[in-house]
Design a binder for this molecule. Structure first.
Ligand SMILES: C[S@@+](CC[C@H](N)C(=O)[O-])C[C@H]1O[C@@H](n2cnc3c(N)ncnc32)[C@H](O)[C@@H]1O
Ligand code: SF4
Length: 355
């Protein structure tokens, strides 16, 4: 079982971001964390303790987890510690702006062993264009601090495909990232989301598949292997076990406003509104995921990453199509699993097989 905890507060709203986060509800932070503990208690009792399960990974995401004081997380860690697997991966996202040395140190003391920084770029003009609240130096300092504190895993999020990005400008960003003690890099192609400042400004995004391929190659030359469309790790050990869990279609608890959980073939969706969530943190919408949906999801997710897909999942007609794809050199079969050779084609391959 995986555990996701959502922190829906940000110091400012970046121009591209549609995540469930608020910049004007800081007065609700304490009440929100109390509500979150109620939902966590309930979810642990019903889905972990009752079924004798263990928590393999924890991911505190957002929004911006570093907008919350470490003391507010103490009880959460007390609640989850008895149920953690040995050596569980515990990640927190953090914004270079608010993740001070003291904040990082306190989170490490609580048990966090991996930190994921929303850096986006080391170019101050690009950071401004994206509406980020930090600058290049604060990102560099935050990563160095995390390393000196002793985090085992350090990730850096970078966004590409933004107006004016070129292979050369992106190489500069990656060179800076790789000059720092990171173990993992997430390189996200900008998506234009409804409800953001960038929506309706299509010129903001560069749609250039060639740029993506060149970026993947460049990151590879730096010794980081691609294990999912947007994710690269220094070695197998440094891959994000939490994200890998999602791609393997494992069950996960989703705690917090706008989080999503998946247990017993059901997705559950707590309210996105802070006020409603605080009023009733146990209320959620339920969605049944039938066998067909599960199969489609396993194929889509398996093609996006190095995990591959069990061959036993496919019927005869689908296997014929997979054979075609093997002949076209698009996929390969090994140890009763099908593997994709080009992650950017994952959706097309899945559609071709399932059509
Ligand atoms: C929840 S945020 C990370 C933590 C923290 N909130 C921060 O931004 O510093 C997760 C990551 O998703 C990526 N992201 C968010 N919106 C995106 C978009 N529209 N296109 C591409 N990447 C996006 C960013 O790289 C961001 O760092
Ligand atoms: S990218 Fe991160 S800091 Fe920016 S608005 Fe989204 S969640 Fe908040």
């Amino acid at each position: 079982m995986l555990l996701y905890i959502h922190i829906p507060f940000c110091d400012s709203k970046c121009f591209y971001c549609a995540f469930n986060s608020y910049t004007d509800r800081f007065h609700l932070k304490h009440e929100y964390m109390n509500a979150l503990k109620l939902q966590l208690r309930n979810n642990l009792d019903n889905y972990v303790i009752k079924h004798n399960k263990k928590i393999e990974t924890v991911f505190i995401g957002g929004g911006t987890p570093s907008t919350i004081k470490p003391v507010e997380y103490e009880e959460i860690f007390e609640m989850i510690k008895p149920h953690l697997e040995e050596f569980a991966e515990i990640t927190t996202e953090a914004n270079p702006n608010s993740a001070s040395f003291e904040w990082l140190q306190s989170m490490k003391n609580l048990g966090v062993n991996r930190v994921s920084f929303g850096v986006q770029s080391f170019d101050n003009d690009k950071l401004k264009f994206l509406g980020r609240a930090h600058n290049s130096n604060s990102a560099i300092k935050a990563i160095q601090n995390a390393n000196s504190i002793g985090f085992k895993g350090i990730n850096c999020d970078i966004i590409y495909g933004v107006q004016n990005d070129t292979l050369e400008s992106m190489k500069k960003d990656f060179d800076t990232a790789f000059s720092l003690p990171i173990t993992h890099l997430s390189a996200y192609s900008l998506t234009i989301e409804e409800g953001t400042k960038f929506f309706d400004r299509s010129s903001v995004k560069i749609d250039d598949e060639e740029l993506s391929y060149k970026i993947f190659d460049y990151i590879n030359t730096k010794g980081f292997h691609q294990y999912e469309i947007s994710n690269f790790a220094k070695n197998k050990e440094s891959e994000s076990k939490h994200n890998y869990g999602y791609w393997q279609h494992k069950e996960y608890l989703g705690v917090g406003a706008g989080a999503v959980g998946y247990v017993n073939q059901h997705r559950y969706y707590p309210s996105k509104s802070l006020e409603e969530y605080i009023k009733n943190p146990l209320a959620c919408e339920l969605e049944k995921i039938d066998e067909n949906d599960i199969k489609t999801e396993k194929i889509l997710l398996g093609f996006r990453c190095l995990n591959g897909i069990e061959i036993s999942l496919f019927n005869e007609q689908e296997l014929k199509k997979i054979n075609d794809l093997v002949n076209y050199d698009k996929v390969y079969i090994e140890n009763d699993k099908v593997f994709n050779k080009n992650f950017l084609l994952s959706d097309e391959l899945a559609l071709y097989i399932l059509d």
